[in-house]
Design a protein around this ligand. Structure first.
Ligand code: ZN
Length: 420
């Protein structure tokens, strides 16, 4: 099975991202590799110049791009479209700014000092409004800068017809283990109407279940997560047995990469549909504000897979929140499982205690259900004390520079089409 185009969650709800696979020759792919490498070169050069104190502002970074392009030592730098060079200067500067911001906020631990990027299969080059051209029928993409990558066939881009060319603000060429993709960043705010349902929902995440809501409904983790986990483990073992630098190692790595892609696509598809269902059936959604970054770093595979699913789920919730106008509120996770949702007293329990029994008011409930009620309650409380604050500020813990991965969501597309 291969899906042709995808909707991708973007950090900005005024931008829609569509993705389609690029079909070309191996020579063309080679040229895309060169463009991607050059994008990285520009970014790294600017980080270098910043460390050496030659670049001190965003403007300096732009200027440095022009210097690089003229430098005889780097003949390839001038081949990349000038606006694409700027886009990569922006990426570099964003890393610097993030570091400054973290220092200013005096966050604990690492401040994220900008690093040089190394070669990775998953990488991209970003064009703005020039350096590329869509054909009249919008089925072919021509890259017109100095790398002369030429014309690629786009797999299924009928959707692009719906938008004006000038709405396409950026085009990203993304390399993955299974090929090359073009992402179109389209300036469009998606809005859909929704009836009031009179239901407010609080969600508690757990390892045993994907989530439990305040009515006691549990959504199980999909079984394919477990199956995929086994498959990944097997391929990882195989990879570790191959010799470094060998052909077999390259093959094994590619295979593992493809499985990872497949897994993440399937997972994303599942959480996207779930998130849309949750948003459509509620007028307010309350979740725990978990620090996803810390979660994803853990070494237990099962847990990291479910964390990633939860994280993606949250992103989709926030996306649909904007589409349907349903607030999603992320609350402080402390004490949500310990406090009694009926009387508010603290009832200490260990992780293995599955039932909440309150000695103060005799309230008995499932542990997760009790937590979900607490989450909903504190969200409502937070809402009442933060009049004037926008939703995204309340749930603004999401790091902005996340790798966007494909999210297959035919459902949402069909939905959008039917509403046109
Ligand atoms: Zn109680």
């Amino acid at each position: 099975m291969f899906f042709c185009y995808n909707l991708i969650v973007s950090t900005n709800d005024k931008i829609i991202v569509y993705e389609s696979k690029l079909e070309g020759t191996s020579d063309q792919y080679e040229r895309l590799d060169q463009a991607i490498r050059t994008g990285r070169f520009v970014r790294n050069s600017i980080i270098r110049a910043w460390i050496d104190n030659r670049v001190k502002s965003r403007n300096d970074a732009y200027k440095h791009c022009a210097v690089l392009a003229k430098d005889q030592k780097f003949p390839w730098a001038g081949l990349l479209n000038s606006q694409a060079r700027q886009a990569h200067a922006e990426r570099a500067w964003a890393a610097v700014e993030r570091f400054y911001r973290n220092c200013k906020a005096k966050i604990q631990g690492k401040k994220g000092f900008p690093k040089f990027q190394k070669y990775q299969v998953r990488a991209s080059v970003e064009y703005k409004v020039s350096g590329w051209k869509l054909s009249e029928c919008r089925r072919y993409l021509n890259l017109t800068d100095g790398f002369k990558a030429g014309t690629f066939k786009l797999w299924g881009t009928r959707d692009l017809h719906y938008y004006q060319l000038k709405q396409i603000k950026r085009v990203r060429i993304v390399r993955r283990h299974d090929g090359y993709y073009a992402q179109f960043l389209i300036d469009h705010k998606r809005e859909e109407t929704k009836e009031l349902t009179g239901q407010q929902i609080g969600l508690d995440v757990g390892l045993n279940h994907f989530y439990t809501d305040n009515f006691g409904n549990k959504i199980d983790n999909p079984r394919f997560l477990r199956k995929d986990e086994k498959k990944i483990k097997r391929l990882q073992r195989r990879l570790s047995k191959t010799e470094k630098g060998s052909r077999n190692r390259k093959k094994a790595r590619n295979k593992l990469g493809r499985v990872h892609l497949k897994v993440s696509r399937r997972r994303n598809d599942w959480v996207c549909k779930l998130a849309q269902r949750v948003i459509q059936s509620s007028d307010l959604v309350a979740i725990e504000n978990l620090k996803v970054r810390n979660l994803i770093k853990n070494h237990c595979l099962a847990k990291s897979i479910s964390d990633a699913a939860w994280y993606r789920f949250r992103r989709w919730l926030e996306y649909f929140s904007g589409v349907y106008g349903v607030p999603v509120i992320a609350v402080n996770p402390s004490y949500t499982s310990q406090n009694c949702s009926n009387c508010g007293q603290k009832v200490v329990k260990t992780l293995s205690t599955r039932t909440h029994k309150c000695p103060h008011c005799n309230y008995v409930a499932d542990r997760d259900e009790n937590a979900a009620i607490n989450i909903l309650k504190s969200a409502l409380k937070e809402l009442s004390t933060t009049v004037g604050r926008t939703e995204c500020q309340v749930s603004g813990e999401i790091p902005l520079c996340l790798r966007v991965e494909t999210l297959s969501s035919k459902v949402t597309q069909r939905k959008r089409k039917s509403n046109q």
